[in-house]
Design a protein around this ligand. Structure first.
Ligand SMILES: [Zn+2]
Length: 308
């Protein structure tokens, strides 16, 4: 197996206010764990800057220009109470998009088996016309559309195990049966969406978890809802919205997963990617706010991606 890692120093320059959980140290913690023994064979690449045009695959041009206009020349500007931009945020989010799209190109070209994108800001809360929840643009959604436009993918599955519901991804693909969105998340919790009854055209599969749920409950949601939906859908590409804030140490939620649960879920999705999608799998970092929980979970996730 060859696993590629895309990251870029610009991701550290998207700044958030002091005390904000979505902070540059998250990527430093990931970088440290991936420098440890066992990750020598990781194919490390600097993320390319994205093509601005591809943002409009998921967001209207007027909205894209609106976000660009909010980028301050200095300091930090607020988009909403918890979503902010700093002078380098545009380049950071565009480079996150560049990495996600390049990852799609890589797995379709077959140059690597799978890819992990370690980027900031996250993306799954960004709706068609709303930046929120620390997210400006929806990188996973853009990458899914990129796979369809550039590589002729007919069906793309996005599986989101971040502890928060990916309202943005659901919003973007709500009436698009060519993209399946499956999410496990704590509910009730921010952003408030993600009920089982929210099904789009049948392409949305929500598996809400109640506070206190552990790995057994999470695995059961995967086995009973997420994996059967993938088998019915038969995707050409599997994208993971890989948030690690369902880890028991995370300060933003009350789900009690451990590293082994992320390892297990990764293996399950790799197995489905091999069954239906020629093994094509792209994983994009979303949340995860306890630095130890995040680093250990990413370590388990990437180790599994490398091992098969
Ligand atoms: Zn989250």
């Amino acid at each position: 197996m060859t696993t590629r890692l895309y990251t870029h120093p610009i991701y550290l320059e998207h700044l958030t206010p002091a005390g904000h959980p979505e902070r540059p140290d998250r990527l430093r913690a990931i970088e440290r764990i991936l420098d440890e023994e066992g990750f020598e064979d990781l194919d490390r690449k600097e993320a390319p800057e994205g093509d601005e045009e591809t943002i409009t695959y998921a967001h209207p041009g007027g909205f894209v220009e609106g976000i660009k206009a909010r980028i301050p020349e200095e300091g930090i500007a607020r988009i909403d109470s918890d979503t902010t931009v700093s002078p380098k945020s545009w380049q950071a989010t565009l480079t996150a998009i560049g990495a996600a799209n390049a990852a799609v190109d890589d797995v379709f070209a077959g140059t690597v088996d799978n890819v992990f994108v370690a980027s900031r800001p996250p993306g799954h809360h960004a709706e068609k016309v709303t930046a929120m929840g620390f997210c400006l643009f929806n990188h996973a959604a853009i990458a899914a559309r990129h796979a369809q436009r550039k590589h002729g993918a007919e069906r793309v599955a996005i599986v989101d195990w971040d502890v928060h519901h990916g309202n943005g991804t659901q919003d973007i693909f709500w009436d698009d049966p060519s993209v399946m969105y499956c999410s496990t998340h704590q509910m009730p919790l921010f952003p408030g969406t993600g009920a089982k009854t929210e099904t789009g055209t049948g392409n949305i599969v929500n598996a809400p978890l109640t506070a206190g749920a552990d790995g057994d409950v999470f695995r059961d949601a995967f086995l009973s809802r997420v994996l059967p939906a993938l088998d019915d859908f038969r995707p050409d590409l599997v994208i993971i919205s890989a948030g690690f804030d369902a880890h028991h140490r995370d300060p933003l939620a009350e789900i009690n997963l451990v590293e082994e649960d992320f390892d297990w879920a990764t293996a399950q999705l790799m197995e489905r990617a091999h069954r239906w999608a020629g093994g094509r799998l792209v994983s994009i970092l979303e949340g995860g706010y306890d630095l130890h929980g995040l680093a250990f979970s990413v370590g388990a996730h990437v180790r599994r991606l490398m091992k098969g």
